[in-house]
Design a protein around this ligand. Sequence first.
Ligand SMILES: Nc1nc2c(ncn2[C@@H]2O[C@H](COP(=O)(O)OP(=O)(O)OP(=O)(O)O)[C@@H](O)[C@H]2O)c(=O)[nH]1
Ligand SMILES: [Mg+2]
Length: 223
Amino acid sequence: MEVIVAQPLLKANEELARQNRNLLNRRGITTVNLISAPGAGKTTLLENTIGALKNMFSIGVVEGDIYTTFDSERLAGQGVAVVQINTYGGCHLDAQMVAQALERLPLDKLKLLFIENVGNLVCPAEFDLGENYKVAILSVSEGSDKPKKYPLVFQESEAVVLNKIDLLPYTDFDLAAAKEQLKEIKNNLVMFPLSAKTGEGMEAWVEWLKDKVSQTEKLSVTG
Ligand SMILES: Nc1nc2c(ncn2[C@@H]2O[C@H](COP(=O)(O)OP(=O)(O)OP(=O)(O)O)[C@@H](O)[C@H]2O)c(=O)[nH]1
Ligand SMILES: [Mg+2]
């Protein structure tokens, strides 16, 4: 019986991710790959974040979804460049899909590019897309045990957004325990407890993004 080993797929993905990263770095674009379980608030966070930053930089979004264009329609009214990828069943984006999306974006204008991955806390963590930073989003309605149950996504991430803190009084989510678990998984994780819905806590997250964009700018000047 012939067995197809998944490793070569990941190897091919690595090469394409490297090409995406080179292209984006050459253009001086900061790229953030947002990963979470379905419904944790990726698109709501994007709506709010774009609202806070769009007058400062030109922003693009690659929207990953299994079937619909719902999320890109939500962002289309915000005056940012959005490209939708539908995976038709695939549980994550890969570097080739992102390469195709990059061809359709005005890269010469962009400073900040968000990739909203397919809602899934497992598969997207394994696939490098060529981003600078993976950011995991964990919402308080998911339960504070999730970092230990799904550690890879948090290990791979630069930062974690702890979303929906407006719901803390109505859940048994233990914010301190979740932060402890996250620190055990990766000591230097940056954490942003916030509510993408009410805007509470958004400033620190927005400042972090601004800082990352200016770091990329400095690198493209000196490099
Ligand atoms: N109370 C509250 N609700 C939120 C918050 N952020 C998002 N939501 C709600 O959570 C639901 C899912 O939010 P989305 O932003 O669509 O989540 P998503 O991660 O993009 O979902 P998928 O793309 O399907 O994986 C929506 O009903 C949002 O209004 C928040 O901070 N607080
Ligand atoms: Mg979404």
